[in-house]
Design a protein around this ligand. Sequence first.
Ligand code: MN
Length: 132
Amino acid sequence: MSNYEELQAGPIFPLGDKVAENFLGDAYLKRLYAGKEPLDVVIGNVTFAPGARNNWHVHDVGQILLVTGGEGWYQEWKEPARHLQKGDVVTIPAGVKHWHGATKDAWFVHLAISPGATTWLEEVTEEEYRML
Ligand code: MN
């Protein structure tokens, strides 16, 4: 049922530490790069347990997600959710309210390339998540 063994068979980046805020369910973050030079950006490896997702949020400069394993969702406010799997690339424009996370039955892993700041908003409710 769980695909975590599959992910462990081919890990790319470390799991990191459990994320305490702005997520529902169990999620882990390993910060791989955070600097000003040569690029002013944060690059993190984010791992979501089945059913885990982040709250609705906005990036003031935008964000790129590179999916490295599992199955997940990306959804912009008032738009249908996009199903994600290994190899997918998500381009998130500045100022667009959205969330990302795992499907209910699968682990999900992506790299998040984040220049600029993030504004965290409300949780993705069970009702919203169940409708996917
Ligand atoms: Mn985001």
